[in-house]
Write a protein that binds this ligand. Structure first.
Ligand SMILES: Nc1ncnc2c1ncn2[C@@H]1O[C@H](COP(=O)(O)OP(=O)(O)OP(=O)(O)O)[C@@H](O)[C@H]1O
Length: 759
């Protein structure tokens, strides 16, 4: 055994973005080229096998070949596949999908383990395992690549020099498409055996130093041991993952989703996995991670997109979002769901089977109360009608009761009355009843202050003016939808047909004429004339919320109690993964939100995983952020940053209208961006409080295409290679989360940060 030599530990990683072709032997030192060539030979075998799998998959499809079955299982798992040909087809399809992502993601095979099963480091005791995004076997069913989620792959993630699990060398292969570009090794024993070359400084550091780009990447090649434990944790009950900024909570949770699918595909593919994140920008940021791991059957939803048919293009002011999100809103919703339709008739006068019937307001209200006792409003239409029939019969009490009730049931005049008195109510329509401030006062009396009720009414009028809902409205609409019950569209259609038939019936027409009334065949007639904005608000139909087998919630510290109820409804029988960091919270009442979260979990006891290493921020950047949060949140969860750049964050001053001796905020931001574009390769964000946002927004169209401009709240869960954080004090002032929101903004940069302050 020889000590590692300098020659053994040459850095050999080659930037894939600059290297479209296979590296020639002159690009790299010969010993490194030899290692790459050896790995290339294995990769070629894997791709040849995949091509065969593709042919076989084609045969299965064309000839309807019966599926081959095998009882053979090794220590490498592939049990989920019911037959070789089915496996081939799946593997081939998955590989094709991955191939389409190759420009974004590293290759199908990314790891190699050299294990030693003996005591003496004898090459005869060695085993080599390749680890990849999916499992591939040769014709003899011997594994060429092991799926990263299989138990046999776990030493790749669990091995450390302290507990090496039999691993001598862990190697990460850097590939593009079918080409090996470089390798990075971690040695798990004090000295490398003579015949094993060790190359590079370790894959983790290489991965963290690289430019980030605009989309999150998977970390399948560099998952750390503590992260791996959370990824493979039991899939029962609730798994909570906490940790400070940049500790990999999100990326770990996404790999966990892929692991769950692998481990119990039947359960999670048919039951579904729901991933909930704070914003559409967040879902766009993470959307490629799961497909890059071969999984695309997971539903990604932003909190504003949880209910189909509702578009949200508005953010409420923090004060209004707080009212709409608080538990008090449950009571408001409960009252709204029972509220009579505005301008509903207060009397029913008609003739039934020749008898005059008159039900006054009191009788109607009694019937309403009774009908709603055990049913939701939209499901109680028949019950309400029957109760009216009983009340009418109680007045008449002449002739045959059955005949009277039948006549009541078939009366077009009663149909017409019901359309006005008890129409099917869409939850969005009910919410818009609150546009009327007086009605809002009445409905929220004793629940909200008058000021809050007025703010709610104002916000609803704003929705009606702009024709769009806000993110906080979605949870309220979802709750209302449950309280009201689904709108029974089909029943409406049936009734319309029935009415047309009935109109041919002369007797019925006569009865109508006697009543001096006319049929109103559709409930549309009961709405005010729809404006374009209103139509947009009410467009589409709200269905029953889908249930999922697993629910993954990211940035959980920010969910309002109403949002927890909304998510909880989709996870009644689910297991959960919940990810968050209390110090980054922007929700003001932590206790109320915690209770709502526990209610959503049901009875399951959470298992807890804590992440304490910051992989995102260079240490210099994180130290700056830490100094902001600690005075405000002394018990904030502070991780340690693993990487240093030697470059401290830069502070620049900008002038305002009163001080023109210094360039204004937009000019200063533009200068900062220009400098950062030279310093980093990837994406840059300018994070600005609302008050400066319009001025700096011009940068968004930067010709480089690498610059975005955002408000601080919209940066949750995202990261950039460099950031410009504008006016930190204004960020604190503007958001109810105060310094916690500034802390989020200051922890988004991986490599460089510039902070702009007023003079
Ligand atoms: N094992 C790893 N190997 C390579 N990169 C990693 C690893 N773990 C985390 N990272 C990277 O660190 C960065 C931060 O990860 P992530 O966004 O998941 O953190 P987070 O804890 O959710 O952050 P925040 O709470 O601040 O939003 C990402 O770029 C992620 O890819």
């Amino acid at each position: 055994m020889a000590a590692r030599t300098d020659q053994q530990r040459d850095r050999s990683m080659i930037d894939v973005t600059d290297t479209p072709l296979r590296p020639s032997s002159t690009d790299v030192p010969p010993h490194v080229a030899a290692e790459i060539a050896a790995e290339q030979a294995h990769l070629d075998r894997v791709h040849a096998e995949l091509a065969k799998a593709g042919d076989r998959a084609g045969l299965v499809a064309n000839d309807g070949m019966s599926r081959g079955r095998t009882d053979r299982t090794g220590d490498v798992r592939d049990e989920e596949m019911s037959g070789l040909f089915e496996r081939d087809a799946l593997v081939y399809q998955a590989a094709r999908r991955l191939a389409s992502l190759q420009h974004q993601y590293e290759g199908l095979v990314f790891g190699r383990l050299d294990l030693d099963h003996g005591e003496q480091m004898d090459p005869a005791d060695r085993e080599v395992r390749y680890v990849g995004r999916l499992g591939v076997r040769d014709d003899d069913y011997e594994p060429l690549v092991i799926d990263w989620r299989a138990p046999a792959a776990s030493p790749f993630y669990q091995a450390t020099p302290v507990a090496n699990h039999g691993v001598i060398r862990r190697r990460v292969l850097r590939c593009r498409a079918e080409t090996v570009l470089g390798v990075e090794d971690d040695l798990m024993v004090p000295e490398a055996p003579e015949d094993l070359t060790v190359i590079g400084d370790g894959a983790l550091l290489a991965a963290l130093t690289r430019a980030r780009g605009t989309r999150m990447r998977d970390i399948v090649a560099t998952i750390q041991a503590h992260q791996d434990e959370a990824i493979r944790a039991s899939d029962r009950g609730v798994t909570e993952i906490t940790g400070g900024p940049g500790t990999g909570k999100t990326v770990v949770a996404l790999h966990r989703a892929a692991y769950l699918l692998y481990n119990d595909r039947r359960r999670y593919e048919s039951g579904g996995i729901l991933v909930v994140g704070p914003s559409a920008a967040y879902t766009a940021y993470i959307e490629r991670v799961l497909p890059s791991l071969g999984e695309d059957s997971v539903s990604l939803r932003a909190l504003g997109d949880m209910v189909d048919a509702i578009d949200t293009a508005r953010l409420d002011s923090p004060e209004v979002a707080e009212i709409k999100g608080s538990s008090r809103m449950r009571q408001v919703v409960s009252r709204l769901a029972k509220e009579p339709v505005p301008d509903a008739p207060t009397e029913l006068r008609t003739f039934v089977a020749g008898y005059a019937v008159r039900l006054d307001d009191k009788a109607l209200r009694r019937a309403r109360r009774q009908a709603l006792r055990e049913r939701t409003r939209n499901q109680a239409t028949s019950a309400a009608r029957e109760l009216l029939a009983d009340a009418a019969w109680a007045q008449v009490r002449e002739g045959d009761r059955g005949e009277f009730l039948d006549a009541f049931d078939e009366s077009l005049a009663v149909d017409s009355f019901m359309e006005e008195w008890w129409p099917q109510v869409d939850p969005r329509t009910a919410l818009l009843w609150l546009t009327d401030t007086e009605r809002a006062y009445r409905i929220t009396h004793g629940i909200l202050s008058q000021g809050d009720a007025a703010a709610l009414a104002h916000s609803m009028r704003e929705a009606l003016e702009l024709g769009t809902w806000s993110v906080a409205d979605v949870a309220v609409i979802d709750e209302l939808s449950v309280r009201l019950g689904l709108v029974e569209e089909a029943q409406d259609e049936e009734r319309s047909f029935f009415e047309i038939d009935e109109l041919d019936d002369r007797a019925a027409q006569k009865e109508l004429q006697a009543m001096g009334s006319s049929v109103q065949p559709s409930r549309e007639a009961h709405h005010v004339t729809p404006t374009e904005a209103r139509e947009r608000l009410l467009h589409g139909q709200i269905g029953r919320p889908a249930g999922f087998a697993h629910v993954l919630v990211d940035e959980a510290q920010d969910l309002s109690p109403m949002q927890w109820r909304m998510v909880g409804r989709r996870g009644r029988r689910a297991s959960w993964t919940v990810v968050g960091d209390a110090a980054q919270s922007s929700w003001p009442d932590a206790d109320e939100a915690r209770q709502a979260r526990l209610d959503a979990y049901g009875t399951a006891e959470p298992a807890h995983f804590h992440m304490d290493t910051n992989y995102r921020n260079a240490r210099e950047i994180f130290d700056y952020a830490r100094d902001v949060i600690l005075p405000v949140v002394p018990d904030a969860d502070i991780p340690s940053a693993v990487r240093e750049t030697g470059v401290e964050p830069v502070e620049l001053r900008f002038g305002d209208a009163l001080d023109t001796s210094v360039p204004p905020v937009d000019q200063t931001a533009a200068d900062a961006v220009e400098r950062l574009l030279d310093e980093v390769d990837g994406a840059i964000a300018v994070i600005s409080p609302m008050r400066h946002l319009e001025r700096v927004a011009g940068l968004f169209n930067h010709e480089s295409g690498r610059v975005s401009v955002l408000d601080p709240m919209s940066t949750k869960g995202l990261e950039w290679d460099a950031t410009v954080v504008v006016d930190p004090d204004a960020i604190i002032e503007e958001s109810p989360g105060g310094a916690r929101v500034l802390y989020v903004a200051l922890t988004r940069a991986a490599h460089r940060m510039t902070v702009l302050r007023p003079t």
